[in-house]
Ligand binder design. Structure first.
Ligand code: IVH
Length: 696
């Protein structure tokens, strides 16, 4: 049976295995998007797309609470710092805000707060503050002196950007007047619209990358390793919150804002004290009108309960306070002309259409590019180069094309066709059935993909070449030393000599490490090729099924013929299925992939044969998994055990033959010990299931 595509199903339709797979996919995806957004200042998805994924994740977790992952995206804010700056642990975590979009949702917020506090009638006094989409920072003052400033990071630990913050105007080096011995002051660092446009002009003239929006520009500027560069960027600051304080400084938030002003901070002058939803709605509407005239971009209004003792009682739920909410504005829109549609090749070979636009100002941001997502979107919207289009920018996002504007009487250009070849390498581009994404099939030769593929090839679960990491691969690729997988095995000491950071000893070590891997198990060889959908497990299944490299290689060639016996046989391997067979056939259907595989195989000393697993070890036995496994989810482990003929149950009893103990295994581990049942740790389980040792 072909596995269903979990990502296309509603949360309620997912079975346990699919839900686990989907949560794993979402965790990885949200992590990547969050890193792109926070660490690289280059968002890959719109806010709306990100939020939708996060909501989907939450929905699945609600239905399958026992599948919630240790690294669940719901419990995370932002992304952890990626090095370069020292880490700084916030004394009080920096959290996020829940969003509302209309009056009803806003009243839901106040109603929840009132219910929580047991307040029946009384309106809550609120402070409204324009929500600037910059980046939040925490400033620590000791005895009135500014000693440390840090970004939010993951909410608990941020990056120490003290030196860069000292270049900020509007940040007092010393608090005026009386101040607590220790206080953390929080605020938003941002670029004014004018400063943003100016900065991008300078960037353009210098031939540098343009920033997508003021938020990314501010983040990029603050995270410069050289404070002199930050000093040249006119960043602004508004202070609006507090973290730890050694003594109370106010009884109300509005009183606290007054203290901030008194100490010498810039506080948003539009902040106002209000009472009730009615007043909030008026404030919201007024600011929506004034918005385009403000010198900085805002994407909504933050409403905070004024009374700090109530704030304290309300506390937090998850990653957001119960005492504050962000009421977001609807997205900003504009109309412009679509000049061209270009194809971008992602690192995984996904071809993404990008709209090239006649530059247009949308809420202070000059937009020249927009995402068109995929071929279906283009067809659905029926947009062609030359058309007038309406686009939307919602806060910190890649702008999107909403629709085509009809121009009666104006002749349109020809319908745009999605290319059937990769613009980066010329390989065939295919769209697997049931998917929206068109992919380049030149995995091993496409320059847009090679570096990622090569990194995968040498990674721990594949060839596991010690001392050859991402950095060296990228460096050697850049220098033209390695272009294809086999090139790695053809590296010579001469090629490395004279390269920065490479000495005789390290060169000899690397060459030896590479040479060692000329003997490789077939499963690792297959996995290392990085064929889509051929992960570690499937590589292992293939290796076992075909036994030897020669047999596998010959069968893959034959399986490229649709309807051939070999293709059918491939698809009917338990655990492989038709869709994966198609992926393999596509891969081997490309001559340059075949060449690259053969070339790589030619540099090997031995590709180890694979024998069927010792299934007798599991067949007919009753097995229980408990605790969390590091290399696979529990549902995946269960499915694997079942495939190998075991019976999987959830409770440990006298009938249990074997208990696999993951991390933090609790009562079941105790029970197993009491009953004298055989137990295995994760490594032992992997060996029993015939998987490679996790550490190579
Ligand atoms: S209060 C726990 N006040 O919005 C309180 N945040 O979506 C959290 N922001 O990370 C922050 N203006 O970067 C607060 N007046 C304001 C704000 C504000 C902008 C940002 C801030 C925060 C994000 C949450």
């Amino acid at each position: 049976m072909t596995p269903r595509d979990a990502s296309a199903l509603e949360p309620a339709e997912l079975n346990e295995t699919e839900a686990a797979a989907e949560l794993a996919r979402l965790a990885a995806l949200l992590d990547r998007l969050s890193r792109a957004y926070h660490n690289h200042d280059a968002p890959e998805a719109t806010d709306a797309e990100y939020d939708a994924l996060l909501r989907r994740n939450e929905a699945i977790e609600r239905i399958h609470p026992d599948l919630v992952r240790a690294d669940t995206p719901t419990a995370r804010v932002g992304a952890p710092p990626e090095g370069g700056f020292a880490k700084h642990a916030h004394l009080v975590p920096m959290l996020s805000l829940d969003n509302v979009f209309d009056r009803a949702e806003f009243e839901g917020f106040t109603a929840r707060a009132r219910r929580f506090l047991g307040l029946k009638e009384a309106e809550l006094r609120l402070v409204a503050e324009p929500k600037i989409d910059g980046l939040s920072i925490s400033l620590t003052f000791e005895h009135g002196r500014f000693v440390r400033g840090a970004t939010r990071g993951d909410g608990a630990v941020g990056e120490d950007v003290t030196a860069n913050l000292r270049t900020l105007r509007g940040l007092p080096e010393r608090l005026h007047g009386e101040a607590p011995a220790l206080i953390e002051i929080r605020g938003e660092v941002f670029l004014r619209k004018q400063d943003f446009l100016h900065l991008n002009n300078v960037q353009a003239e210098a031939g540098q990358r343009l920033f997508a929006n003021p938020r990314n520009a501010a983040a990029g500027s603050l995270r410069q390793l050289d404070p002199a560069i930050t000093a040249g960027r006119p960043l602004s600051l508004f202070a609006y919150a507090q973290g730890r304080s050694s003594e109370p400084v106010a009884g109300t938030h509005s009183g606290y804002l007054d203290r901030l002003r008194g100490w010498g901070f810039a506080v948003n002058p539009l902040s106002a004290v209000l009472e009730g939803a009615e007043a909030a709605e008026r404030f919201q509407a007024q600011l929506a009108l004034d918005r385009s005239g403000l010198p900085y971009d805002i994407d909504g209004v933050v409403y905070k309960i004024d009374d700090l003792s109530l704030q304290e009682r309300l506390g937090f739920v998850g990653r957001a306070p119960r005492w504050a909410v962000a009421w977001k504005f609807p997205a900003e829109q504009a109309i412009t002309r679509l000049e061209d549609i270009r194809i971008q090749v992602g690192r995984t070979g996904a071809l993404t259409p990008v709209a090239v636009l006649e530059p247009v100002n949308v809420g202070g941001v000059l937009v020249t590019r927009a995402t068109l997502h995929n071929a279906d979107e283009i067809a659905r919207k029926d947009v062609r180069p030359g058309d007038r289009v309406q686009l939307q920018r919602a806060g910190d996002v890649i702008p999107q094309i909403l629709r085509r504007i009809e121009e009666p009487g104006v002749a349109r250009g020809p319908e745009w066709r999605f290319p059937d070849h990769c613009p980066a390498c010329g390989s065939k581009a295919v769209r697997p059935e049931g998917e929206v994404v068109v992919r380049c099939t030149g995995g091993l030769v496409c320059p847009a993909q090679t570096v990622e593929r090569l990194i995968h090839l040498v990674s721990r679960l594949a060839f596991d070449i010690e001392g050859l990491g991402e950095k060296s691969i990228a460096e050697f690729h850049e220098a033209g030393l390695i272009r294809t997988p086999a090139d790695i095995f053809r590296l010579t000491p001469e090629q490395l000599r004279g390269r920065e950071g490479w000495k005789e000893v390290s060169i000899a070590k690397l060459i030896r490490a590479i040479d060692e891997k000329r003997t490789v198990p077939l499963a690792r060889f297959i996995f290392g090729l990085g064929i889509r959908r051929i992960g570690e497990t499937n590589a292992r299944l293939l290796a076992r099924h075909y036994g030897s490299y020669a047999e596998w290689r010959a069968q893959m060639q034959a399986a490229t013929v649709v309807g051939s016996d070999e293709r059918l046989a491939l698809g009917s391997i338990s655990g492989i299925g038709g869709a994966i067979a198609d992926e393999l056939a596509t891969f081997f259907g490309e001559a340059h992939n075949r060449d690259a595989v053969d070339d790589l195989a030619g540099t090997m000393r031995e590709i180890g044969n694979e024998s069927a697993p010792d299934s007798a070890a599991l067949a007919g036995r009753t097995i229980v998994f408990t605790g969390s496994l590091a290399t696979m989810t529990r549902p995946e482990a269960k499915a694997m055990a079942e495939r190998l003929g075991a019976k999987v149950t959830d409770t440990v009893s006298r009938k249990t033959d074997l208990v696999v103990l993951g991390a933090e295994a609790g009562s079941k581990a105790k029970k197993a010990a009491e009953l004298g049942i055989e137990t295995l740790d994760e490594a032992g389980w992997r060996r029993l299931a015939g998987l490679p040792d996790e550490h190579g």
